[in-house]
Design a binder for this molecule. Structure first.
Ligand code: HEC
Ligand code: HEC
Length: 477
């Protein structure tokens, strides 16, 4: 349906060289005449829908009232990195949740864990595969990503922002007004919409390309022999039983889609520093220490119990435990090997393991093999920069021109960045990929035949191994 390609373009021009001059003239004229006055910085988005799942993974939970769309993802990404959301206009979600630490902070426990400033600090969880979780935060006091965004914006320690101020700040920016309109169909800027967009961005933070995943998918060289031994130890329920908690207990146990958490609460005794109990440690009194799960249940039996964290990308962000008391990953393993600190409420499964030093190393190498570097460097998840200009329905990325736009059938896209073999996708305004194909650009231009697509506004995403470009094309038959 979507005819394009080097042969097509070349042969058209070969057969009718006399067409070239008017085409070139038109291109120049069009570039001037149709060059949009409003532009937006190029948005790097993955091709197709923004939710890209590794082979074999089932879809994460997505609330029915907040389906994933490309437009919400693009808006959510800007908002995730938007300092205007914070009271002092100096903090964004990305300040604490830094992509290079798998969206953790890399600096240890931070305030901002609770709605009350008097609560103790907690480490910043790594954000990934969140759509597969049912509860959020170390004590599970939040049940949806949307709810979490709204809480983070108002709470002490995080943003401490006045929601009315936030809404008006965003509405002064025409680019935001347009991005909201694009994402939600009208220009209203509400906390609900902010939350939905940011949550959509977060749901698309999928990490499933670690050496462990590649190993399970048949690449036997992806993990070292030591890491494989560590994996077997990790899943050995009669020996270490790490997978007794760090495992998706349902359909995904031991498979590549493992989220490495049962989303349940335990006290491991492994992250208690000396004197934590009674000395500012885990207690029901929030002024003295962290109640853990008891902050939610008010049950003393839950004091110090915390939600099992995922272990994906665990090697990318020290320190460890909700209180950040263990500085390096090897020490965590060593402490588990010693059977924890025999703390009050400690889970009976945490027992001395009798692992040799080399088995501890094997376990360490396995946990390191859960690191997905392609996830933390994915351009689609990085800070897109400040939006300064406004966008309109015919916007094109920087350095690109699209002619004609609106179009009826053939569209010519030119940009110095278009070169050689590229992948192209045509995406509907609802985020559905209608077409995806390998294409070829020559001398910074390519031509697409959109005649078979119905009238409408489409996103065309072009990607080579080094570049991603996107533009909007309007079709009017
Ligand atoms: C000041 C640092 C800070 C800022 C800013 C911040 N967070 Fe967090 N975030 C944290 C900490 C600390 C926790 C752990 C809270 C807890 O367990 O009680 C957390 C927890 C979360 C969680 C739960 C993750 C999980 O696996 O349980 C999500 C999701 C999240 N933050 C997203 C966001 C978003 C979105 C924003 C911006 C609106 C944001 N955060 C701003 C520090 C921060
Ligand atoms: C009884 C359930 C349980 C078992 C068994 C268990 N863990 Fe944990 N693990 C947890 C919980 C809960 C936490 C968070 C505890 C805290 O912060 O105090 C945690 C934290 C961790 C962390 C720190 C992660 C982070 O993001 O800070 C690592 C690493 C870890 N466990 C590895 C292991 C290994 C390796 C084993 C097997 C030797 C193991 N766990 C066995 C429940 C368990």
């Amino acid at each position: 349906m979507f005819i394009f390609g080097r042969s097509k373009v070349v042969s058209r021009f070969r057969r009718a060289p006399f067409l070239l001059l008017p085409v070139a003239l038109l291109a120049v004229v069009s570039f001037v005449a149709f060059r949009p006055t409003a532009k937006v910085a190029m948005v790097n988005i993955p091709l197709g829908t923004p939710l890209i799942l590794p082979t074999g993974w089932s879809a994460p939970n997505v609330p029915v009232d907040n389906p994933i769309t490309m437009e919400k993802f693009v808006l959510g990404r800007y908002l995730f990195y938007e300092k205007q959301l914070s009271g002092d206009q100096n903090t964004s979600c990305g300040t604490c949740h830094d992509a290079k630490y798998s969206f953790s902070s890399g600096v240890g426990a931070r305030a901002g864990a609770f709605e009350h400033a008097s609560m103790p600090a907690r480490t910043v969880p790594r954000l990934l595969n969140l759509g597969y979780d049912s509860v959020y935060t170390w004590d599970g006091h939040l049940h949806s990503l949307e709810q979490q965004v709204k809480a983070a914006i108002v709470k002490r320690g995080d943003f401490e922002a006045d929601t009315n101020v936030v809404k008006s700040r965003l509405s002064y920016n025409p680019a935001y007004v347009q991005l909201f309109t694009r994402a939600f169909g009208s220009s209203e800027i509400s906390m609900e919409r902010i939350a939905q967009a940011v949550a959509t961005f977060e749901r698309c933070l999928i990490s499933g390309n670690s050496p462990y995943d590649r190993y399970l998918n048949g690449d036997t060289k992806a993990m070292s022999a030591s890491a494989v031994r560590g994996m077997n130890l990790f899943f050995d329920t009669t020996k270490t039983n790490c997978s007794g908690c760090h495992n998706d207990q349902g359909e995904n146990a031991k498979c590549s889609k493992n989220i490495f958490s049962d989303n349940n609460y335990y006290r491991t005794g492994t992250f208690d520093s000396t004197g934590r109990d009674g000395g500012g440690g885990y207690t029901l009194d929030t002024l003295l220490g962290d109640p853990g799960r008891a902050a939610v249940t008010k049950d003393s039996g839950d004091v110090g119990r915390l939600r099992t964290p995922t272990l994906r990308n665990v090697a990318m962000a020290a320190p460890y435990g909700a209180n950040g008391s263990v500085k390096d990953l090897f020490s965590v393993i060593h402490r588990y090997n010693q059977g924890g600190k025999h703390a009050f409420n400690q889970d009976p499964r945490i027992q001395a393991l009798g692992l040799s030093y080399s088995q501890e190393m094997d376990m360490y190498n396995f946990l390191v093999a859960l690191s997905d570097t392609s996830f933390v460097t994915n351009p689609a998840f990085q800070n897109p920069g400040v939006i300064t200009a406004s966008v309109d329905d015919h916007w094109v990325a920087d350095n690109m021109s699209v002619y004609p736009n609106p179009a009826t059938s053939f569209v010519t896209i030119t940009s110095p960045d278009l070169d050689g073999a590229m992948e192209a996708s045509v995406i509907s305004s609802r985020g559905t990929t209608l077409w995806h194909h390998n294409v070829y650009a020559e001398n910074g231009r390519m031509q697409l035949d959109l005649a078979t697509l119905p009238s409408g506004t489409y996103t065309v995403a072009l990607r080579s191994t080094t570049k991603q470009k996107m533009c909007k094309i309007v079709l009017e038959h």
